[in-house]
Design a protein around this ligand. Structure first.
Ligand SMILES: [Zn+2]
Length: 295
């Protein structure tokens, strides 16, 4: 099986992006895997520190490895938003394919100093593990927010991105380009969309020349996502949209069988609901025309 780096290079050459979906239970993992297999596109699943605490780092690594081996399918595992080297080392030892080492809340100099140390320490344990660094402010929490953070204050510049990449040696960079973690209520209702600063992405890509990740992709305007991928985004993270679908699917499964207690009869509604969201996002990230031609 080729590694994540190979798939990033291949998708970059084809002008498409890899979808990254957060999972924190078997329903979400089954849904992501089923959608990616149906469309036959590489996929990343990620777990933040909180999600890893619930699922357990070594166990999710074993599960994803098992799927990859049994089906010979390119599903990769990412240690999303890791704030300490100790948690990063735990993920590296468990065999995660990549890590988001996120010290973006610190001043940039301190962020660079500690991220550089993390790159060296993690690659010493797991040489092919890809390390992603974070700059700028895109808010926290893949949840439903009442008010939007003031994103314009924390937007990344091309100079900052270049300096960060050169100093730290990260493989992947996550800049702040109008994206935001979580969704506003109006976005969940479909009344408003996040908009991205495409020119900023183009400038950062041209200057920093690394793989770029877009965090907080839920609720983003479809056309902006297409343009962002065209401008150099390689990985798009979707979490909140899946969580909304998970809850709706679960509620539907419970409501339609009020006396049912068998989990594997209730939970397929949640799997199906999440799978639909994942499939529609994967089609967009991988170029919809491609799937239209095949069907
Ligand atoms: Zn994120």
């Amino acid at each position: 099986m080729r590694c994540l780096q190979d798939f990033l290079q291949e998708t970059q050459q084809s002008g498409v992006a890899i979808g990254h979906f957060n999972v924190s239970d078997l329903v979400l993992l089954k849904a992501v895997f089923a959608a990616a297999r149906e469309l036959n596109v590489p996929v990343m699943v990620g777990l933040s520190e909180g999600e890893r605490e619930f699922v357990v780092t070594r166990e999710i690594a074993a599960f994803v490895r098992s799927l990859r081996e049994e089906f010979g399918f390119p599903i990769f595992l990412n240690a999303d938003h890791t704030h300490s080297l100790a948690k990063g080392i735990e993920a590296a030892k468990a065999g995660f394919d990549s890590i988001v080492f996120d010290l973006s809340a610190l001043p940039i100099e301190e962020n660079m100093r500690q991220t550089k140390q993390a790159v060296e320490a993690l690659k010493a344990i797991h040489p092919s593990m890809l390390v992603e660094g974070e700059i700028g402010d895109i808010g926290t929490g893949s949840e439903i927010h009442d008010v939007s953070p003031e994103l314009f204050k924390g937007l990344s510049t091309a100079e900052e991105a270049t300096q960060f990449v050169e100093t730290t040696g990260v493989d992947i960079l996550a800049p702040a380009v109008g994206n935001m973690h979580g969704m506003l209520k109006s976005m969940v209702r479909g009344e408003t969309k996040k908009r991205l600063d495409i020119e900023r992405i183009t400038a950062i890509k041209r200057a920093a020349r690394v793989f770029l990740t877009l965090h907080g992709g839920s609720g983003t305007d479809d056309e902006d996502l297409r343009k962002a991928i065209g401008a150099g985004i390689n990985i798009v993270h979707i979490n909140t949209e899946l969580r909304v679908a998970w809850r709706r699917g679960l509620e539907h499964g419970l409501a339609k069988q009020p006396d049912e207690v068998v989990p594997y009869k209730i939970l397929p509604s949640a799997v199906e609901s999440v799978k639909q969201v994942v499939a529609s996002r994967l089609k967009l990230f991988n170029g919809e025309g491609h799937f239209a031609q095949r069907t």
